[in-house]
Design a binder for this molecule. Structure first.
Ligand code: SF4
Ligand code: SF4
Length: 284
């Protein structure tokens, strides 16, 4: 069993389970002796919405953000690509966004940073039945549990601005937790497509508007106008497209003449190559 799976198993079996109205004692502020200790050598998973918030904060395109600030680890147990924040490669392994005064992208920090030290566990992660629950990550280096402060989980979610991230995360669940992944594997080409649509939003936008993509689907003009400039609208459109293209869900409507599934797939990947010969990682 991998370390990651082992940790999940232990949390599911041993961690005290918290509901939304359960309280915990905790406070974090620049006066704690461990200030910034948690912003190094850590796996921060980036959701599609985290990428949007951070790349817009930095005023760069998604491809440049992913190249510079993310890595996409992969092993044979992984069913889909999941970017994580790239820590420094020196021995300190600091987050690229941590400064002497704390997080320099605080208002746009990722979901995982907002949640810490609260964790959210899903029994489904290791193939068990049951409801998701919250737990506390009480790590030795974190002195916040000795500080005067009390929150319910609900108050923590409110205090850390997590609700908006959760709302966007709910939209991603029909994609990321799709039953397809219980037994199916994405081909390398589909894996790349999944990554582009879910995380490399600017590359996906270039593909949509740089190919005949929109000629093949019935998309209301209002939605086309929105996805041209609005990253969240594009993200939602992308989720619909993944569900349609990879899981054959009726989330998009084809123009009448374009219903041959195999031809559609062949054309899609051909167009992807033509519209984006450099894999979309060049930012114009
Ligand atoms: S993004 Fe901010 S809060 Fe998150 S690890 Fe980096 S510095 Fe810390
Ligand atoms: S280790 Fe804990 S208390 Fe210290 S800065 Fe990080 S979250 Fe705050």
């Amino acid at each position: 069993m991998s370390d990651d799976k082992d940790l999940k198993q232990r949390i599911l079996e041993e961690a005290p389970r918290f509901g939304l109205d359960d309280k915990f004692q905790f406070a974090c502020h620049p006066g704690v002796p461990c200030f910034n200790d948690c912003c190094r050598d850590i796996n921060i998973v980036l959701t599609p919405y985290c990428v949007i918030r951070l790349k817009n904060r930095l005023q760069i395109r998604s491809g440049a953000f992913l190249d510079e600030y993310a890595i996409v680890p992969f092993n044979k147990d992984m069913k889909q690509p999941v970017p994580i924040l790239k820590m420094g490669d020196d021995e300190n392994k600091a987050c690229p966004f941590v400064g002497p005064e704390g997080c320099t992208v605080y208002e746009d920090r990722p979901w995982a940073c907002r949640m810490y030290p609260v964790g959210l566990a899903s029994p489904r992660d290791i193939g068990q039945q049951g409801e998701p629950f919250y737990f506390l990550l009480e790590e030795g280096h974190c002195k916040g549990f000795a500080e005067q402060g009390e929150f319910t989980i609900r108050e923590w979610i409110e205090d850390q601005g997590i609700a908006e991230y959760n709302e966007m995360g709910e939209l991603f669940k029909p994609v990321s937790l799709h039953p397809f992944f219980d037994s199916g594997d994405l081909s390398p080409a589909k894996m790349d497509m999944f990554f582009m649509v879910a995380y490399d939003q600017d590359r996906f936008r270039r593909f949509i508007f740089g190919s005949t993509f929109l000629e093949k689907f019935v998309v209301p003009q209002e939605r086309i106008d929105a996805i041209r400039t609005d990253d969240v609208a594009l993200m939602k459109f992308g989720f619909d497209w993944i569900r349609f293209a990879l899981f054959q869900e009726p989330t998009m409507q084809l123009q009448g003449m374009y219903t041959d599934v195999q031809k559609r797939e062949r054309d899609f990947f051909q167009q992807l190559k033509e519209a984006d010969p450099n894999n979309g990682n060049q930012d114009e």
